[in-house]
Write a protein that binds this ligand. Structure first.
Ligand SMILES: NC(=O)c1ccc[n+]([C@@H]2O[C@H](COP(=O)([O-])OP(=O)(O)OC[C@H]3O[C@@H](n4cnc5c(N)ncnc54)[C@H](O)[C@@H]3O)[C@@H](O)[C@H]2O)c1
Length: 272
């Protein structure tokens, strides 16, 4: 018996629903799983060619989707995405703000400031713009669920570039604040913080087999994560099975962030 996620007939918008290379990205997996659960999925990507494999995957799994080419850093384009979703399906229930980039290298001393601004716009402002367009339509439908893609490094820091973890931490602040603002109108807002997931984004950054193995072994479960692991978390947070959950940050990381506590420092209780 298949699990009912309560998403049949609902409308889900997934930004960055393509993948920049063959394989299963977080957005692609989320879009496919939402469609499989019966949602009408609006796949959004700035690169139309990146969406083709997502559309094929959804069709293979018996779902259907509407692919919309749009740059989610552009307020008018975001409004147009939501308008197209509304025109096609008459409602907007779920928004997955998945677009995010690795950002420029550098510390605060030497990061390129234009690239920093661009990273903030892509990783944080895009979520504001898409939510701003979608929330009025969610209100008309009596509520909704927004899922913002953060990262484990948004919780921990510890990344060579200042831009990526800073923007991913901002996503957490945005998520909690939005949850408080929009809870009274039955709009839930949660974040997912993936760990070392092996996706086309990671592959295209040149992570070789050795680095891939180190990433796998870094987390307690020592199992390599895929876009499907992130997509399953999206599926749970999207529908009524998580109806009492809002404002949380869900690490999907094989326990990676659980290892970053006091570490090997002597515990206080051992001295008493
Ligand atoms: N892979 C990991 O290990 C990992 C870890 C933590 C968090 N994440 C997060 O997951 C998210 C993305 O994952 P993915 O695997 O789907 O990435 P991906 O690179 O496979 O796909 C992202 C898609 O977003 C599209 N895109 C980029 N800029 C856009 C814009 N301005 N407007 C519309 N679309 C745009 C790209 O064309 C691409 O198709 C990001 O937020 C990323 O930070 C990934």
């Amino acid at each position: 018996m298949s699990v009912d996620f309560g998403l049949r007939g609902k409308v889900a918008v997934v930004t960055g629903g393509g993948s920049r290379a063959p394989g299963i990205g977080n957005g692609r997996a989320a879009a496919a799983l939402l469609a499989e659960a019966g949602a009408h999925v609006v796949v959004v990507d700035s690169a139309p060619e990146n969406m083709t494999a997502t559309e094929d995957l959804i069709a293979e799994r018996g779902g259907s989707c509407l692919a919309v080419t749009a740059d989610v850093t552009d307020p008018d384009a975001c409004a147009d995405v939501v308008r197209q979703a509304w025109d096609a399906f008459g409602r907007v229930d779920v928004l997955v703000n998945n677009v995010g980039v690795a950002g420029p290298p550098g510390t605060v001393v030497d990061v390129d400031l234009d690239a920093w601004d661009r990273c903030v716009r892509l990783n944080v402002s895009s979520m504001v713009l898409m939510s701003r367009a979608a929330i009025p339509r969610m209100r008309l439908g009596g509520g909704g669920s927004i899922i913002n893609m953060s990262s484990a490094v948004g919780l921990t820091g510890g990344h060579p570039g200042v831009a990526y973890p800073t923007t991913k931490a901002a996503v957490i602040g945005l998520t909690r604040t939005m949850a408080a603002h929009h809870g009274p109108e039955a709009i839930r807002v949660n974040a997912i913080a993936p760990g070392y997931v092996y996706t086309p984004m990671v592959h295209s950054q040149g992570v070789d087999d050795d680095a891939r193995e180190q990433r796998r072994l870094a987390a307690p479960l020592a199992v390599e994560g895929t876009g499907w692991d992130v997509g399953d978390a999206v599926l749970f947070l999207a529908g009524p099975r998580s109806r009492w959950i809002t404002g949380v940050v869900l690490p999907v990381d094989a326990g990676l962030t659980a290892t970053l506590g006091a570490g090997s420092a002597p515990s206080v209780t051992s001295r008493t």
